[in-house]
Design a protein around this ligand. Structure first.
Ligand code: G3H
Ligand code: 13P
Ligand code: ZN
Ligand code: NA
Length: 308
């Protein structure tokens, strides 16, 4: 069935591993991810962004995820990614999501608290769990000075106060990751000291790492080889994700790596078989590429294989 992440996060916290939260937008993406989780016997979070709801329409995504649950027999968390206001969180809760993110990170501290509290009250009354965010996702640019960095990254004392006052179930933190395929200009760096301080102050709160794709060079190169143009892409090295998973990080958000894997596979078909025009002939390899990528993440990076 659809489940909340409560037990998954407790186990991940204690076991020093993390659960992958993969963004879904269509049938092939869902099937590829769920197939991988099933083969790896891994807990799984499928997450839907506002953009995904707009693209596929909410009911299609919900029904596809329900089909995945029924077909796979897995326990799956259906999560709203980056809910920007109370209304979208309420809609998803009312629609049967088991987890929502209220992303109030762009608001001042007190407003973020008030908004998050309001979502937590509504969600908890319906048995739904809530993720919130404190701090701004941004890479450590070489030209960013210390006070700017301090302002953007999650303040550990504020994080403790935030969780205490909101009653939120998990917290997304900013320690140097960012969304998309261009995360670092120079050497990749994350503020692990900050992460350790937050983990010490919040020993029971599952932490969430957004912008956690690795942007594997192999896949960028494949995209470029088959006619793409994605120069200078760089993500979070896999070792850093492993290190974060051993601390309080229980949920690792991955979208970009799926996009790159699927695009590389589809581009390859287009380039090598230009006479092909049956969508199944390229969406199929796209789906297989997603499955392989997710299997790699689960087994080699997140450590969530055989944890059911
Ligand atoms: O956080 C961003 C996720 O990668 C979802 O992206 O808003 O384009 O669906 P999206
Ligand atoms: P990536 O862009 O690194 O895959 O991050 C995805 C994410 O954080 C979704 O919320
Ligand atoms: Zn995110
Ligand atoms: Na962990």
């Amino acid at each position: 069935p659809l489940v909340t992440s409560t037990k998954m996060f407790q186990d991940a916290y204690a076991g020093g591993y993390a659960i992958g939260a993969f963004n879904v937008n269509n049938m092939e993406i869902i099937q590829g991810i769920v197939d991988a989780a099933k083969e790896e016997k891994s807990p799984l979070i499928l997450q839907v962004s506002a953009g995904a709801r707009k693209y596929a329409s909410p009911i299609y995504l919900r029904k596809l995820v329900e089909a995945a649950v029924e077909d796979s027999g897995l326990n799956i968390v259906l999560h709203l990614d980056h809910g920007e206001d109370f209304e979208i969180c309420k809609m998803c809760i009312d629609d049967g999501f088991t987890s929502v993110m209220i992303d109030g990170s762009k608001h001042p501290f007190e407003e973020n608290i008030a908004l998050t509290k309001k979502v937590v009250e509504y969600a908890h009354a319906k048995g739904v769990v809530v993720e919130a965010e404190l701090g701004k996702l941004a890479g450590i640019e070489d030209d960013v000075n210390v006070s700017e960095k301090d302002a953007a990254f999650t303040d550990p004392d504020q994080a403790a106060e935030f969780v205490e006052r909101t009653g939120v179930d998990s917290l997304a933190i900013a320690i140097g990751t960012s969304h998309g395929a261009y995360k670092f200009k120079g050497e990749p760096r994350l503020d692990f000291q900050r992460l350790e301080t937050i983990t010490k102050l919040l020993p029971n709160t599952p932490l969430v790492l957004h912008g956690a794709s690795t942007v594997l060079p192999e896949f960028v190169e494949l995209c470029n080889k088959y006619g793409g143009n994605i120069p200078g892409a760089q993500g979070v090295p896999e070792d850093m994700i492993r290190q974060a998973a051993q601390l309080g990080v229980c949920k690792v958000n991955i979208d970009t790596d799926l996009r790159l894997a699927m695009t590389a596979a589809i581009r390859k078909v287009f380039m090598e078989s230009p006479s092909e025009f049956d969508p199944r002939k390229y969406l199929g390899p796209g789906r297989t590429a997603i499955k392989k990528m997710v299997q790699h993440k689960i087994r080699n990076v997140l450590g969530s294989s055989n944890r059911l």
